[in-house]
Write a protein that binds this ligand. Sequence first.
Ligand code: AMP
Length: 281
Amino acid sequence: MEVFHHRREIKLRVVSLKKAGKSIGFVPTMGALHAGHISLVRHARQQNDVIVVSIFVNPTQFNNKEDLVRYPRTIDADLLLLEKEGCDFVFIPDEMEMYPEPDLRVFSFGNFDKVMEGKFRPGHFNGVAQIVTKLFDTVTPDRAYFGQKDFQQLAIIRKLASDCRYPVEIVACPIVREADGLAMSSRNTRLTPEERQHAPLIYKTLLKAQETGRSVSPESLKKAVIDSINDDPFLQVEYFEIVDDKTLQPVKSWDKPGTKIGCIAVLAGKIRLIDNITFNS
Ligand code: AMP
């Protein structure tokens, strides 16, 4: 496994491999790797000759300074994990490498970022687009792998790749969960033992909502989910929305065609957890 710190070096290496006919699979991450990230690497391994993983805690996508400062960083353990998974290249730039000068680009996602994460984390998706475009320009992947846990991010990256005409296939990978159902996240390690114990209620409630499904209106279901999680003194719902999977806009009725996704963000103390569930049509 080779580790790169500079854009120019990894780009030259990838370009020569592509000339030799090798396909490049790319997994962008912010590190503190867990089984969710590793599942992306395994998907990439199955479909590509060369696997590139990037580790960069991107400051421009953090709307909360404290979250950025406290974001877990476990680079040595990450490298061991990636080596074990047969990753070929790891790209670990520092901030100066990715932002030698401030990135003033402003991206437009129409209504995609007016809801949910976009609404509650202003500027977040612009920061995501800034770093993902820089990474795509550097790694020039044939396929890039993203987790469905960040459902809105996935939709926005698909739009970005299509708007900017990147010749990359965006591959979605299923959510990986802990044994008790909690969606894996680098931020889970920052939960207190009590918060960690209560956090699985999020997925349990989503499963119950999925079961209830169309027997009640989306509005009633939404209220039931929010109330039942907020009943737990350790958890506070920031939003729960039932949205169309293509437009990301909240639905008022189940009758319109298309898949509906329930997306949630919950605060467990200071830690913000997100998750989502698909409603059967
Ligand atoms: P992050 O390091 O949190 O920026 O995540 C890097 C990639 O891993 C993103 O595409 C995430 O959606 C994905 N990811 C994070 N957690 C999970 C999970 N529990 N299951 C599947 N993918 C995940």
